[in-house]
Ligand binder design. Structure first.
Ligand code: V47
Ligand code: SF4
Length: 362
């Protein structure tokens, strides 16, 4: 057991006391955690917080990802997945293609995760049909679809409000929004990595509208590119404030930037330890978001296992087919089986818990 003296030697005595008392950490506390010479000390504080919430449980879900198109008008500089309309390698799935993918996976999926690029011409009725068809095929699965960036794009194309888009998709069967598109909220960073994408305020507004409609959502942070640690903390605190206002975020997914095939050149690629430290700081700062995901697709299975000792409690799921991270050089498998997920989690001395898309234990 690490004691007070250990954290005092690490310069983390006051933060340790706050974590033990369940008190909220400040921006300055966050800076201290990023400055601490020993990432393991930060990790052990996050493990304390995570264990208080979830014991030794690690959640996973039988899920299937569907990417309906890689054609996107936004052209974010970090994105290796995007294609222009008409460019080689661009694709658009039909509703039948999407359903065929669900059928082919012969998995009793409890969660279907559907996202794509911001296509210049796919209209809202197409997405209503898509969600409706998935709902018909899998009446009990949680349908988690369309980032806030896509919702804002659909609203712009249709000339209607994002609230109306959400309401219509909810009527078609949408249950949740995934957390993508948040990247880093600071405008100076957004200008360099995703200037055409929905702004931070738009992203947050769509999530808060979704929460008001009873649609739960996730949230993300893409880190390890051109942002500073101050930008990361600003991002985490803006998410925390948003959760204070609306309460509908279920899970935070920290996404380390994968550099392959990206137009965004960076000087200092992330180390494994800095990735783990950022996951730990996320757990400690986001005291009002219940789950932190170790997204094995982007982290790789081994670093995702280590993340379970740095504050994460969810291992995502079977996934089956992933394109966004793999276009950017992810070396992980395309999918994992239930048995593999269970063994991977047990291999860390944790207890695997199968969940549904809403994080209910099943
Ligand atoms: O928004 C894109 C990120 C996100 C790269 O909500 C990259 O349960 C790293 O949001 N390196 C999509 N990351 C993935 C996502 C997600 C994944 C799993 C579960 C959930 C959930 C959400 O991927 C994008 C962007 O931030 N991304 N390119 C890259 N080169
Ligand atoms: Fe388009 Fe999303 Fe890629 Fe940006 S990250 S270019 S919005 S697909």
């Amino acid at each position: 057991m690490l004691n007070n003296d250990y954290f005092e030697n690490m310069g983390l005595k006051a933060i340790h006391a706050k974590v033990l008392a369940g008190e909220r950490l400040s921006f300055e506390d966050g800076l201290r955690l990023f400055d601490c010479a020993e990432p393991l000390a930060v990790g052990s504080l996050a493990h304390l917080a995570r264990t208080r919430l979830h014991g030794d449980k690690v959640f996973y879900v039988l899920n299937r990802h569907i990417n309906y198109t890689n054609v996107c008008v936004n052209g974010c500089t970090f994105c290796a997945y995007q294609r222009e309309e008409g460019q080689d390698g661009g694709f658009v799935l039909t509703v039948d293609d999407a359903i065929a993918r669900i059928d082919a996976s012969s998995l009793n999926a409890r969660e279907i995760h559907i996202v794509g690029g911001c296509h210049p011409r796919l209209n809202l009725p197409f997405f209503e049909d898509l969600i409706g068809a998935v709902r018909d095929r899998l009446p009990d699965a949680v349908i988690k679809a369309f980032t806030a960036v896509e919702i804002a794009h659909f609203a712009k194309l249709e000339g209607i409000s994002t609230n109306e888009v959400l309401t219509r998709l909810q009527a078609a069967g949408l249950d949740m929004l995934p957390g993508g598109g948040a990247e880093i909220f600071a405008p100076s960073v957004r200008e360099r990595i995703c200037p055409r994408k929905a702004t931070a305020d738009q992203w947050l507004a769509v999530h808060e509208q979704a929460h008001a409609l009873g649609i739960k959502t996730n949230c993300t942070m893409l880190f390890g590119h051109v942002e500073s640690v101050e930008d990361r903390l600003d991002h985490l605190i803006r998410l925390r404030e948003s959760q204070d206002r609306s309460g509908g975020y279920t899970c935070f997914i920290p996404l380390p930037f994968l550099t392959e095939n990206s137009k965004l050149a960076i000087d200092n690629p992330l180390t494994g330890l800095e990735t783990l430290r950022t996951i730990a700081v996320s757990r400690l700062m986001l005291d009002n978001i219940p789950h932190i995901k170790a997204y094995w697709v982007m982290l790789g299975v081994k670093e995702a296992q280590a993340a379970l000792k740095f504050g994460a409690d969810d291992f995502d799921g079977t996934v089956i087919e992933e394109k966004i991270g793999h276009e950017a050089g992810a070396t992980s498998e395309q999918g994992l089986t239930r048995t593999q997920l269970s063994e991977i989690i047990r291999g860390c001395g944790c207890t695997p818990i199968e969940r549904d898309g809403f994080f209910n234990e099943v």
